[in-house]
Write a protein that binds this ligand. Structure first.
Ligand SMILES: [Zn+2]
Length: 336
């Protein structure tokens, strides 16, 4: 009988210890969750004089507004992006867009403490349906838009301050790592999941459509400007994904996840060209139609371009005939 009692006592003791441990974990989790839900308290970085950087702006010209969020508490070992490199890359982007008549307006540079859980994010959920030969990349993305991960969405909630022009503004957010998973053919009729560590990620509307909440439509992450070619082109290239609303394509080169070639700004190479006309896949014309562009009127009111009509897929009606129809190459042997 005594043995039974001591057994029961031990059992109840272990139960109460277990529930106590569980209680503590729940508490910690709640604390962590509320910390994540807190917003960053951003402050303007006065070491950057945006007036000087913007001194070349001309009133009445096509303009894109850009804000830079630079976390103040990044890991000490992270040196891939510095504030100097960001500003250099932004200035280079201004130069690259000069021939297009579009000017970039630096709204501000802000610093503040970001929750470290957001230093590294996965941009989108792993896609389940690969692109095949029946429709091209843009049609495929229109049918199966990328899905922002919950963690990435929470990061943007935490970082981007609410503003009436959120959906018309480009936000360059410096983070340490942004992974982008995609499907690639491995062999035969098998696909595999690859995840690329991005140096810059534009979260383009042709890919996410309305899965990217309107408030975050302008977010872009910058994670590596360490090589000279990267800091020269990265910001301009990423703005191109947003503002031309195209993937990696140029002249007769159809879009792909990765295209290593020279010439165009929208390829992986040294190119900075933004071509025009049908031969140039309407890059310049699409840029000029971008909902991120406004002209300042004489009385200081921003006259915005038309907004997307169908969530901003590649063939959105705002582009009219400034679109390219092309077929898709079979990704695997047709006799599979
Ligand atoms: Zn790109």
């Amino acid at each position: 009988m005594n043995k039974l009692f001591s057994l029961l006592f031990l059992l109840s003791l272990s139960l109460s210890i277990n529930s106590c441990v569980e209680y503590e974990n729940k508490d910690e989790r709640k604390k962590r969750e509320s910390e994540i839900q807190e917003k960053v308290s951003w402050e303007i970085d006065n070491s950057i004089d945006s007036k000087v950087i913007n001194s070349d702006l001309v009133a009445g010209k096509m303009t894109i507004d850009v804000g830079i969020y630079f976390p103040s508490n990044l890991d000490k070992a992270f040196k891939k992006v510095t504030l100097d490199k960001m500003i250099e890359s932004f200035k280079a982007a201004k130069e690259i867009y000069k021939p297009t008549d579009v000017q970039l307006n630096l709204l501000w540079v802000k610093t503040g403490k970001v929750n470290p859980s957001f230093f590294s994010i996965q941009a989108n959920e792993t896609p389940g349906i690969p692109r095949t030969e029946y429709v091209n990349m843009y049609q495929h993305m229109q049918r199966h838009p990328a899905v922002l991960t919950k963690h990435a969405k929470a990061a943007f909630e935490h970082i981007v301050e609410p503003d009436k022009d959120n959906h018309r503004t480009i936000y360059l957010i410096v983070l340490q790592e942004v992974f982008y998973p995609f499907l690639d053919v491995s062999e035969g009729r098998n696909w595999m999941i690859k995840s690329v560590r991005t140096g810059g990620m534009s979260f383009p509307t042709y890919s996410y459509l309305e899965n990217l909440p309107n408030r975050f439509r302008g977010v872009m992450t910058i994670t590596n400007l360490s090589r000279p070619d990267r800091f020269r082109r990265t910001i301009a290239h990423e703005i191109g994904h947003k503002a031309m609303n195209v993937s990696h394509e140029y002249m007769e080169q159809d879009p792909e996840n990765e295209v290593f070639a020279e010439g165009g700004l929208m390829l992986y190479g040294q190119g900075e060209d933004i071509p025009s006309g049908e031969k140039g896949r309407w890059h310049l014309e699409r840029l000029h139609l971008s909902p991120f562009i406004y002209r300042m009127s004489a009385d200081g009111i921003k006259q915005w371009n038309l907004d997307y009509k169908e969530g901003g897929h590649y063939y959105d009606p705002i582009y009219g005939k400034k679109i390219i129809h092309f077929s898709s190459k079979p990704p695997i042997n047709e006799n599979w």
